[in-house]
Design a protein around this ligand. Sequence first.
Ligand SMILES: [Zn+2]
Length: 274
Amino acid sequence: MDINLFDGLEDLGLGDMMDVSIFGDDGGKKVAELQEEAMLIDKSYECFVCSSDFKCKTVRSGKAKLLSTDTDLRQKYEGIEPLKYDIVACPECGFAAATRFFNPLSPGQVKLIREKISANYKKQEGEKSLIDFDEAIKRYKLALANTVVKKGPDSEKAYICLRAGWLCRSYAEEIASASVRDDEKYKSIKALEDEFLKGAYEGFVNSRNNEIFPICGMDKATVDYLVACLACRFGFYDVSAKVISTLLSSSSVPPRVKDRARDLKEELMHKVKS
Ligand SMILES: [Zn+2]
């Protein structure tokens, strides 16, 4: 016979407790969640569209320990994915932007966001103690929609797409390491990573031609390197080879970027051969 330790609580109006697991579904996960929570603090904002005051979680500076950097510059941290907390979203009106771009708007942009976002936006509850990957992906999509509506520059769209793609990679890694792997979810998240990174590629190619550096806090060499990297990923080998050779032959490119460009060149040659 199954005995439920919460049996009888329904008399106190707490019938919902019958379905609650005492130690959580996965003990390890709970500890990980507590560790993540300890790395976060609330930050207060005033919305540039509706003037509401609201709070968003942000990673305490110096708390996340860097573990590694991928070829496309995505950084991996111990015990937390800081990208989950890098979108500031107003729960009242739906205005959202990447932290770096959460800046005052022109009256025309406020009008556009009110008409095309806020008018249909369903008000959200206050900030939760943690943001999960699905919620974080939703926020990146909302920030991207806001950037399109406010007619933001291509670099801002590319920046959001790049980081959303990295976030998806991180999510897929979590799914792959779970004790029971959800293959369908894994595939759909990897497909979403590709879509976001394609957006990043297109946006950075455009902004390289039309905008003044630095772009999103990155110098020209770094943006060029990213373009070469993404071109290699999506099979635009000629573009990738051309950008890499320009980087390697330029005297103004910093050695750290040249080192990465050399590694990328090897990867590219390997891909072309196979
Ligand atoms: Zn607002």
